[in-house]
Write a protein that binds this ligand. Structure first.
Ligand code: PSU
Ligand code: MN
Length: 304
């Protein structure tokens, strides 16, 4: 597309003819599930998006270029190369200049998606305000990026290592709508509910698409969060997960883990301690959020 963005032909065609596209991050492929479940799940997410009538566009930095619409070979490379670094908004320029690879977090993926005009993004759990942020000031750049781009983000709430109440406070402050699609509570990634209510619930897909369209048309805001929980049959009890996260975070802090290493550290320790039960939940919620994002992209497309 230009000297630093590579846009896949299929995605370019879809965008040029106003067909629905769903963008994805790639940090989860590298730092999330382990091989081969990460590869299988990443490809299945793309299948779920196609089944819903949209074109998937996974973002990542490959050989110093920002790729939108990673090929299967590129996804496989990321899935089998755990040393690919995690790229947040602040890392994009330096990573492109350095010429290597990088797994985009939600924040960097939104920058990439906005750059080419994609309107819908899917992720299992957003980054947010970490427990203890009043001390550490650890607040994910994901939240700031929601204020910068007109992109609807479909998710199952915030990752389980985050403080759901503080995350919701932050989203209110910066004016990002949070709408539960057919659910009352802000979900908690592996769990159905974080116990924090969504400020709003919409059950009808057409009404949801209209709410997003009007939020953008009115010019008062940018991002829009649609939350939808993991399937109940695959969910884990939230008290158990939150208790475990507290233990693991204390252990991480004692070991000096901080900054971008914190999220992957806690998620992988929790997965190890639950002997992979979170991995199955993670796969389930990655697929269900991808499927809903495709429906949302189609519904938004029909209204514009
Ligand atoms: N999945 C993982 N580990 C991660 C991420 C996803 O298993 O690190 C990425 C997501 O892309 C999310 C980001 O946007 O981590 C949040 O990290 P932080 O709290 O450092 O902003
Ligand atoms: Mn952080």
């Amino acid at each position: 597309m230009n000297e630093y963005v590579s846009l896949a032909e299929e995605v370019a065609d879809a965008l040029a003819s106003d067909r629905p596209v769903v963008a994805l991050e790639s940090s989860g492929v590298v730092q999330g599930l382990s091989y081969p479940l990460n590869l299988q799940t990443a490809l299945d997410m793309e299948k779920a998006i196609r089944a819903g009538g949209a074109v998937p566009a996974r973002t990542g930095i490959v050989d110093g270029r920002l790729v939108v619409g990673m090929s299967e070979a590129q996804v496989e490379l990321f899935a089998t190369t755990p040393t690919v670094p995690k790229i947040s908004t602040r890392d994009i320029g330096p990573a492109l200049a350095g010429g290597g690879h990088g797994g985009t977090t939600v924040s960097a993926a939104l920058v990439a998606a906005a750059r080419v005009g994609i309107k819908v993004f899917a992720v299992a759990g957003i980054g947010g305000v970490h427990f203890g942020a009043e001390r550490s000031l650890d607040i994910s750049a994901d939240l700031l990026e929601f204020t910068r781009h007109q992109i609807a983000v479909v998710c199952a709430g915030a990752k389980s290592l985050l403080d759901p109440a503080l995350t919701m406070e932050y989203l209110e402050t910066v004016g990002v709508p949070v709408v539960g699609y057919r659910c009352d509570d802000f979900p908690a990634y592996y769990s159905v509910s974080s116990s924090v209510p969504n400020p709003r619930r919409i059950d009808d897909l057409e009404e949801l698409a209209e709410a997003i369209r009007l939020h953008w048309a009115i010019g008062g805001g940018a991002g829009f969060l649609v939350t939808h929980p993991i399937d109940e049959t695959d969910a884990l009890p939230s008290e158990e997960i939150y208790a475990l996260v507290r233990e693991v975070q204390t252990e991480a802090e004692a070991a000096g883990v901080h900054g971008p290493a914190m999220t992957p550290y806690i998620l992988s320790r929790v997965s190890a301690v639950t002997s992979g039960r979170t991995a199955a939940a993670n796969r389930s919620v990655l697929l269900s959020t991808s499927a809903l994002a495709a429906e949302v992209a189609v519904a938004i497309g029909e209204r514009s």
